[in-house]
Design a protein around this ligand. Structure first.
Ligand code: PXG
Length: 440
């Protein structure tokens, strides 16, 4: 019996969120990366049009980050996360809260966006309980929302394919309608004009369930995986007002919008709406080492800091919460962002990006173009082969033509590294235009 799998067999690795059989008949492999580009096994350069997976905001193989990791690996590889600390975890927390406006002055470390979401949902429910409002246990998400793939995030999420296979999910969850699809908003530049009143869905859910049963509402300020769905003007403010009126916590999932994507460090500042909890990951380490962080308002942190001082206040955490390697990577990342002004650079790039992307209006099958900050999507009409097929065809052709994108349904999404220059935008949009016009 052959016990040794072939070293180069593709079979053993069950790839995540991938068409495994399609991939394994025609694999796409990257072997190195620098700045705005990946290199493939056959030596081609591929322009990173989506910060890999919305995370490499400073581009690839940045020396500050690489060096920070190298040093940390030799100095202290790991240290316990519970009942012991290390200086970089505290230094990083202080650096992070300095980037966040208002009262979001505490951070809890996780290892991914999914874990940040679980953490925030648990914090919300436990917060109400420690204040004596233990009946507030319901969670509200939104259609088309993506909050990772663990049970809580999947349950508040609103992407059908991510939910339907996995049973009854977490109980006591309801959803707001999504804000996409009003034809009056097609080809909006930035925030669409119509739809702020969709936030009133929350009032209806309060009428249905009673406010005393609802712990929190979680939304992405801009829905990323859902296909770059930008909130209508005034929508997020209205959601905040309704939450305040009924004592419901508001959670912003900034896993994608955090760390400069919109031209401010966080969407909190961009939209001028202050939530109670903010979930982050991805750009916190430039994607280099897995890490996430949940930002909490002081009122939430303080509510837990009661009882005997020897007692653990929050029974939650991960072996790798505040992992030294991740903290070092994050500090190197923040240095890079700060030295190069990357957390606000999207604001400078946004007008050029908007104009370039919207120049594709009128191309074959293009039914919508959306953008905000340095993120955008082009939506194609669903083709005769069914939903996602045109989108996937565009993905493969773009890859062959040297541009990496992400697709959701038939929307093609972009969020290039924040170090991009106009020439990169030109190449991306030019290539995209040709690819779109070549798809039936
Ligand atoms: N929240 C949001 C808003 C996200 O976008 C997560 C949570 C989960 O993060 P982790 O680190 O557990 O994957 C995400 C992740 C895509 C795409 O192209 C989006 C994500 C991940 C991979 C691909 O749409 N978002």
């Amino acid at each position: 019996m052959d016990r040794e799998p072939q070293r180069n067999s593709l079979d053993a690795y069950w790839m995540p969120f991938t068409a495994n059989r399609q991939f394994k008949t025609n694999p796409r492999l990257f072997t190195s990366a620098e700045g705005m580009y990946f290199k493939t096994t056959d030596g081609r350069d591929v322009l990173d049009g989506v910060s890999a997976m919305w995370c490499s905001n400073a581009g690839h193989c940045r020396p500050r980050i690489t060096e920070a990791i190298r040093q940390q690996a030799g100095e202290m590889d790991y240290s316990p996360a519970f009942q012991i600390g290390h200086p970089k975890a505290f230094e990083l927390a202080n650096r992070l809260v300095a980037l966040m406006p208002g009262g979001l002055k505490h951070v809890f470390y996780t290892n991914s966006g999914s874990e940040s979401v679980e953490t925030a949902l648990k914090m919300a429910i436990a917060y109400h309980r420690v204040r004596g409002e233990g009946s507030r246990v319901r969670l509200i998400g939104r259609e088309k929302g993506y909050h990772g793939v663990n049970f809580g995030g999947m349950s508040v999420g609103g992407m059908v394919a991510n939910r339907k296979m996995f049973g009854t999910l977490v109980a006591g969850v309801d959803h707001l309608r999504h804000t996409h699809g009003d034809p009056r908003n097609s080809f909006s530049k930035g925030e669409p004009e119509y739809g702020a009143e969709l936030a009133d869905d929350l009032e209806r859910l309060v009428q249905l369930h009673d406010a005393s049963t609802i712990a929190a509402v979680i939304v992405e300020p801009v829905q990323g995986s859902g296909g770059v769905i930008v909130p209508p003007k005034g929508y997020l403010k209205r959601l905040r007002e309704i939450c305040d009126k009924h004592g419901i916590l508001l959670i912003f999932d900034e896993v994608i919008t955090g760390f400069g994507r919109l031209g401010k460090p966080f969407a909190v500042e961009y939209f001028g709406v202050e939530p109670d909890l903010v979930t982050t990951a991805k750009g916190i380490t430039n994607g280099v080492i897995p890490m996430g962080a949940v930002f909490a308002q002081s009122k939430i942190y303080d509510a837990f800091m009661t009882g005997p001082p020897n007692a653990i206040e929050f029974f939650h955490g991960y072996t790798y919460s505040g992992n030294p390697m991740a903290c070092a990577a994050a500090l190197g990342t923040l240095d890079t962002y700060e030295e190069e002004g990357l957390l606000t650079r999207a604001a400078t790039l946004a007008p050029y990006w908007e104009k370039a992307l919207h120049s594709l209006k009128g191309h074959r099958n293009v039914i919508d173009i959306r953008n905000i900050g340095f993120v955008g999507a082009v939506e194609l009409a669903t083709g005769p082969a069914g939903p996602t097929q045109r989108g996937f065809a565009a993905y493969l052709k773009l890859y062959e033509a040297g541009v990496l994108c992400r697709t959701t349904g038939d929307s093609i999404a972009f969020a290039p590294p924040l170090i991009a220059e106009h020439k990169h935008i030109d190449f991306l949009v030019d290539t995209l235009g040709k690819v779109i016009n070549s798809i039936d």
